[in-house]
Design a protein around this ligand. Structure first.
Ligand code: PGA
Length: 235
């Protein structure tokens, strides 16, 4: 694991965007995994800026997102599809047909999970997966538990995740209790992983992820077993 501490959020965002852009330039027809949350917002703004000045071309890549809430449509302002369109995908030359995000409104959610896994395989696997990390050590919606999860599946959000994510929803608006998420096996299948984290509230969980035992009670600790993980963080 290559761990880099940077000065502040602006530098984190620039470094993460440059990392992703470099990989896209190296694999212009690759499949790239993106993440939602507050942490990648600055990197996405930087990627949009880089795209506008011709420094990165999204025209040949496919994208996969880590997760999506169940039961809210893609045009709902809190859906992860909406987030990605608003922050990145809607501002770059990505082909709409090349965007894969789990469909949380699918009538057959388990079938949708299988379709998603199949699509990742069809496209030759994910070249680079971007990750954030939850304060409880979750990646995607892989919450602390007794075992590491497998493939893309429907997951129940823990109370702490519901509490953390409620800030994005209107007061009184119900947060979906379940989401489709890539599983730990899916994430570990990516050829490279870039995890970014910002703020003193992530310091403890990052330390445990990097230096603690590999333990499903801290799902991100599994990344110690991946051979190409980069971590960029700031306090
Ligand atoms: P955040 O979320 O970037 O909003 O802190 C990260 C996560 O929960 O994975």
């Amino acid at each position: 694991m290559r761990v880099t501490k940077v000065r502040d959020y602006a530098e984190l965002s620039r470094r993460a965007a440059a990392f992703i852009a470099g990989r896209i330039c190296a694999e212009p027809c690759g499949a790239f995994g993106f993440a939602t949350g507050s942490t990648p917002e600055g990197a996405y703004a930087e990627l949009v800026r880089m795209h506008r000045c011709g420094a990165v071309d999204f025209g040949g890549i496919h994208t996969f997102n880590l997760d999506e809430y169940c039961g809210i449509p893609g045009d709902h302002p809190q859906s992860y599809r909406h987030f990605m369109m608003d922050r990145l995908f809607g501002h770059v030359n990505l082909k709409p047909g090349n965007v894969e995000i789990p469909d949380g409104m699918a009538a057959d959610l388990d079938g949708e999970c299988r379709r998603y896994e199949g699509r990742i395989r069809e496209l030759g696997g994910i070249s680079l997966q971007l990750l954030g990390i939850g304060r409880n050590g979750h990646i995607g919606f892989n919450e602390p538990g007794d075992v590491f999860s497998g493939d893309t599946a429907v997951f129940r959000l823990t109370e702490s995740t519901v509490a953390a994510n409620s800030r994005h929803f209107a007061p009184g608006e119900a947060i979906p209790p379940t989401a489709i998420s890539m599983g730990i096996r899916t994430i570990m299948g990516a050829r490279s992983i870039l995890l970014i984290a910002s703020g003193p509230e992530k310091r403890g969980v990052l330390d445990a992820m990097i230096n603690g035992p590999i333990d499903p009670r801290l799902p991100a600790s599994i990344l110690q077993a991946h051979r190409d993980v980069s971590v960029i963080y700031c306090d």
